[in-house]
Design a protein around this ligand. Sequence first.
Ligand code: NOJ
Length: 563
Amino acid sequence: MKTNKEPWWKRSVVYQIYPRSFMDSNGDGIGDIQGIISKLDYIQKLGVNVIWLSPVFDSPNDDNGYDIRNYRTILDEFGTMEDLDQLIREAEARDLRIVMDLVVNHTSDEHKWFVESKSSKDSKYRDYYIWREGKDNLPPNNWGSVFSGSAWEKDDATDSYYLHLFSKKQPDLNWENEILRNDIYEMMTYWLDKGIGGFRMDVINFISKVEGLPDGKVGQGQLYGDGSPYFMNGPKIHTYLKEMNERVLQNYDVLTVGEMPGASPKDAQLYTNPANKEVNMVFTFEHMDLDSGPFEKWDAKPLDLVALKHNLEKWQHALHGVGWNSLYWNNHDQPRVVSRFGNDQEYRVTSAKMLAICLHMLQGTPYIYQGEELGMTSVRFDSIEDYKDIETINMYNSKIEQGIPEDTIMRGIYAKGRDNARTPMQWTSDGGFTTGTPWIQMNPNTTEINVEQALNDSSSIFYTYQKLIEMRKQHDIITYGSFHLLFPNDPKLFVYKRQTEKEEWLVISNFSNSTEKLQWTSCEVDGLSGKVIIANYDSLEIDEQGISVRPYEAVVLAFERRL
Ligand code: NOJ
């Protein structure tokens, strides 16, 4: 149960800002730091106490800031270091802490370390990156990059290849090099000394690669090998994270969350057990991969709710009393959840609220991605020309080359493309994001879905999120209660209980557009005695026997525990 030394981030809710798309203060069509400052009151009104800021550092923007040219300067388009200091101060005045993105698996190829590293085999920075000789004019191994093509790029001047798990403008850093690690720790200290609230660590479980960098298996229909067994959760990952903690993090009371594709609950137990002194929590990907076909994410298939429930149950149980979960449906890399697991047409509002309730009642720290609190939807641009995301564009080009029909490719982009999340924040019915031309088109449905509308409508999705955030501050059971999944094989309803010694909450969510019956006896509660904590319909259809759970309905009922 709650102890006096409760870490502050256990009861926190984090709001993620993707700066390019949040708010533009100077009319250049690109969101910026002053824009964020101008909206802090809005974020405060929602009630969160942490903002995770996607990268604002100097960058050539090959991957929208996840390719950092200088860790200690701010990208001109976003503003200046003074702006950022102001943001930290003004946020603090509203009880908001700023968590920065730590991108240290790779830098930009324009970072001075890489420019030096590339300049000669004798450079003192050569070993900051992963250089290898080719084999008979072919790359050192068969790994594919996450952004299509080979994971190796040849440098003719020194006749060798460097590794880039992402774009060729994102060379991977060589964490074997102690001097590099020290430089990174110094840079982290620089930021923490500014008073930031922690780090979200980009693909941090990729930093340790298996020696020898063996070839990966080539999957059906794939051109390159899958190197992930040799770089995800690699041999020295725990050593590095412990070192980082000891050298830097332990000196500050901050939130750390490692983005960790391919981390299993067992891995996460090791990463997040406080005794191990690594990170507070991780972003798992397992629940985000459940609507992908067997070969890759673009091959979208409908969500299998039973699989989702089993997956979330596995994570809830694995980390209860051991480590800590992060909870998310959305971020800048994922399509909008209401379009993905909900119904973004007739049940948009209801299903967005249901998804919020279902997620926020789990144990862990929830993350809300900008616009999620409005029920912003995914987008369908007519032409590939309208898309900006490097992953999407590279995938499109590579598939066109392979002769895959364009409509098949576009279907994948509509379902899974990252630009679904990156259209500008919808402030007003005519956008309100910029006075200029936005860097990426607005979703046309800003006419109906926008902040102004949401704030003026007391039954909007925004207020459901606000209430969920407030509830977390008041009810220990949300933070500490145990988790029990009911009806694990029901394909439409997601029903679970949270329990403490004193109370029991029943969380019912309908992921379908049909009405489903639920009997109280099979939930082992006396339904009519339950107190409604939150719901997304005005009243419930219940009697002594049970409840009719209407399309996308969600309700949380609280009971005293009969022991
Ligand atoms: C994960 C980030 O979330 C994503 O946006 C980025 O493209 C890759 N890491 C590479 O930094």
